[in-house]
Design a protein around this ligand. Sequence first.
Ligand code: HEC
Ligand code: HEC
Length: 297
Amino acid sequence: MIGIENKFNKSTQVKRYRDIKFLVGALMVLGAFPLVASAQETAAYFKQNCYSCHTIGGGRLVGPDLKDVSNRKDRDWLVRFILNPQAMIDRGDPYAKQILEEARGVVMPPVAGLSRDRADQILDFIEVESALEKSQFEGMKFSDRPFTPADVALGHALFTGREKFKKGGPPCISCHTVRGLTLLGGGRLGVDLTKVSERIGGRKPLSAWLVSPATVTMQPVFRNNPLDAEEILPLVAYFEDAAKQSGDDDSVAPLAFFLMGLAGMVLVLGLFDVIWKNRFRGVRRPLVAGGEMRTSI
Ligand code: HEC
Ligand code: HEC
């Protein structure tokens, strides 16, 4: 009897133990889930907002390589810098000035949707990635084959919108100009991109930059319809060619504008002449007529 009871007890104990183990396991998985999700989210955020200018262990792009950045400055400084790079530079912080010089004067733009907590999460994430032998953000791979005239021509067509972007992004010309583009040039909202490759640091940094353009104006426009590698290569080829063509000659576009302005002025003056002549007549006649009428009363 006793033996049987014991056996029964033992089996329920084992079952209970298994239940508890299952429960603990489930809780651990559930507990870890938000952590995993947030690491993934941070990685996605980094990819969208930082990776176009920073690698982790892959060398500098527009901005410095962020591997082991936590060894260069303390956490509080880094958070404050990420939240407002320009303010740190304006304050005359010597280290901020030094990294600005190393970036050849390109200031890190303010990044959309950043908070103190998020900056902290990103820095934690960079520490974890820095400790790995090979970070997933070691750098994008781009072809480095020499550019051909066909690349330049395709880049020009993409820039002007004659060739459509596969994902449907708007043509660059709607906001940017490049010297020698057309007599009038392109849009004036964005900067002149003639020397952009040099400014951003060359072919590789510019290519990475274009994967997810991290500026206030361009990010919302290109986030959902990014450029692909087959489009970035010809665009960079076109910019490098335009820079070479333009040399140091800045005078072409302004001269064209001046001449067009002059022609426009002559046209407008001529037009005014016609309009005013009619107006004078138009006003004078009824006046004269009215005068005549009055005198006749
Ligand atoms: C458009 C390019 C660009 C983007 C996008 C960008 N940065 Fe930067 N970042 C720079 C540049 C350039 C510097 C060097 C300082 C300067 O010139 O303003 C810099 C400096 C830094 C530094 C200091 C590095 C050091 O060596 O001490 C940190 C940290 C940093 N960036 C983090 C980030 C994070 C995090 C993001 C994304 C949320 C980001 N950056 C997005 C361009 C960028
Ligand atoms: C909706 C307007 C708009 C479109 C379309 C646009 N850009 Fe921009 N871009 C801007 C603005 C504005 C800036 C300046 C930074 C800012 O205020 O966002 C800029 C900055 C840039 C820069 C950085 C220049 C620098 O010196 O820092 C590059 C490179 C660039 N654009 C390339 C392109 C390319 C290539 C295309 C076409 C695929 C394109 N842009 C399409 C508005 C646009």
